[in-house]
Ligand binder design. Structure first.
Ligand code: ZN
Length: 311
């Protein structure tokens, strides 16, 4: 294993970020740019950002880890599926494409997988044998850390956002009643708009009220705002119970933009766990993420670091 720094890259829908990370988890430098359209252009930007971050840190990195939006084939590093906001991303081979651009070994995982690796290596669930990660962002993502390693399945293991059983609202995927219809930033905006009625039903994108404003309103006593956050927390609690029943994970870390309102989510989430504790009798500890916006780049760098052990 290398003693030197590795690079972590977070490839998201609006921006791409690269960071140079020390083996202890310290971020030395980072660089960010808007996400261009098309897989090759995205890899060009990612490679340039790795170079820029390493140059400003004055170091050479030994390997690059990537946390990429979408479903990534663990064996090949190819993007198998992604939302339609990522034009030209499906079919892109991130491992070979970024490897040829940087001349460095590249390890690729999904962005939520990388988030969980970051939290399990240096964050909220550090030192824990098995944990689930839930990311409450624009959508809802999930990931699994089992017996001290990332569990990826065929690339989409732990993706609980599109798990059914959460009502009847239409989901972004075209189906109905998925966890994401209650617990994503977008769904909090849509539900608040529906409940208060009038202009802007459909959330901030439709000219309505954004999640940050709904959060602020909940804090000053708006019962509808408080309710949509409580409903999100309750839904996440139900998802945690399913994960615990299926995998006996004792720890869950919750991150993503919506989790910044942890105090608004946690009471209903914990009440859900208390109302229907696992029949195993095992306790479940649910913790907010510690690494914030750094979790994905830092986790991707950790994946690169562990991969250097076989170089
Ligand atoms: Zn869905």
């Amino acid at each position: 294993m290398t003693d030197g720094p590795t690079a972590g890259v977070d490839i998201g829908g609006t921006k791409i970020r690269a960071a140079v990370v020390m083996p202890g988890g310290e971020v030395l430098t980072s660089a960010t740019a808007p996400t261009p359209s098309g897989g090759a252009a995205m890899l060009d930007v990612a490679a340039a950002l790795v170079e820029r971050a390493a140059a400003s840190a004055g170091v050479r990195v030994a390997a690059v880890g990537v946390g990429a939006a979408g479903v990534v084939d663990p064996a090949t590093g190819e993007v198998l599926a992604a939302s339609d906001t990522f034009a030209g991303w499906i079919g892109t081979n991130v491992r070979t494409g970024l490897g040829s651009r940087t001349g460095l070994p590249v390890v690729v995982a999904n962005d939520v997988d990388s988030f969980l690796v970051g939290e399990a290596t240096w964050g909220a669930v550090r030192g824990v044998g098995s944990a689930a990660g839930i990311a409450l962002g624009t959508g809802v993502g999930g990931a699994l850390w089992l017996d001290g390693a990332l569990y990826r399945g065929a690339g989409a293991a732990g993706e609980i956002g599109h798990m059914p059983g959460f009502g009847d609202a239409a989901c972004t995927c075209g189906q109905r009643g998925h966890l994401e219809t209650l617990a994503s930033g977008r769904s909090v905006e849509r539900r608040y708009g529906e409940l208060v009625g009038g202009v802007g039903v459909g959330g901030v994108g439709a000219g309505g009220v954004g999640a940050a404003e709904i959060e602020a309103r909940a804090r000053v006593g708006d019962p509808t705002a408080a309710r949509v956050f409580a409903d999100a927390g309750h839904a996440v609690g139900s998802a945690v119970l399913v994960l615990a029943a299926l995998l006996d994970v004792g720890h869950v870390v919750v991150g993503g933009g919506l989790a910044r309102a942890w105090d608004l989510l946690e009471p209903a989430l914990l009440a859900r766990l208390r109302d229907e504790p696992p029949v195993s009798g095992h306790t479940i500890e649910v913790r907010p993420a510690l690494l914030g916006a750094d979790a994905t780049v830092v986790g991707a760098a950790a994946l690169a670091l562990s991969a250097t052990s076989w170089l």
